[in-house]
Design a protein around this ligand. Structure first.
Ligand code: NI
Length: 166
């Protein structure tokens, strides 16, 4: 396994749209292991998209199980994810390994329905809410070349400089 280099703003590659996965083979699973290790080594460490390590394929990993008292599915590997339903709107604070110096307030759906393939090519569907739903929406944005900075409520009042991150 290997830690992968994470792109950080203002790297233009973060705006690239990622392509769907077609082959679910062992090289994909090897990459997912490296991607997961990179996520867990980072601060926060609750989600990562392949685009953040300059592999522009529709793969995200989310695991919010370290947060207390929330509903979650544990470790989620989401390949070619499609969010099909959005319910409610809620504002919350987000950070990102690719935006090390800031956090920001972003409005997201409170709950979502999604389908995705797992790393073995099996189609799965999930209902997610709260912090897990927020993390998934954030990571799926990366696959479309978007950062939370693009959705922050107001750059003037809802962007906050971090003191200690990394
Ligand atoms: Ni991010």
């Amino acid at each position: 396994m290997a830690l992968l280099a994470v792109l950080v703003v203002p790297d233009e590659r973060l705006k690239q749209v990622s392509q769907p996965i077609e082959y679910f083979d062992s090289s994909l699973r090897d990459f997912i292991q490296d991607l997961e290790q990179t996520m867990r080594a980072g601060p926060g460490g609750v989600g990562i998209a392949a685009a953040q390590v300059a592999r522009f394929e529709r793969i995200v990993i989310v695991d919010v199980s370290s947060k207390p008292n929330i509903k979650h599915h544990g470790r989620l590997v989401l390949i070619n994810p499609e969010i099909t339903q959005w319910h409610g709107m809620v504002q919350g604070r987000e950070g990102c390994m690719s935006v090390p110096d800031y956090t920001g307030n972003v409005i997201r759906a409170q709950s979502i329905q999604l389908s995705a393939y797992d790393e073995y090519g099996q189609k799965q569907s999930y209902h997610c809410e709260g912090y897990e739903a927020r993390a998934i929406q954030h990571e799926v944005d990366h696959l479309n070349g978007m950062l939370f900075l693009d959705r922050v409520v107001s750059r003037r009042t809802d962007l906050f400089r971090r003191k200690n991150y990394r």
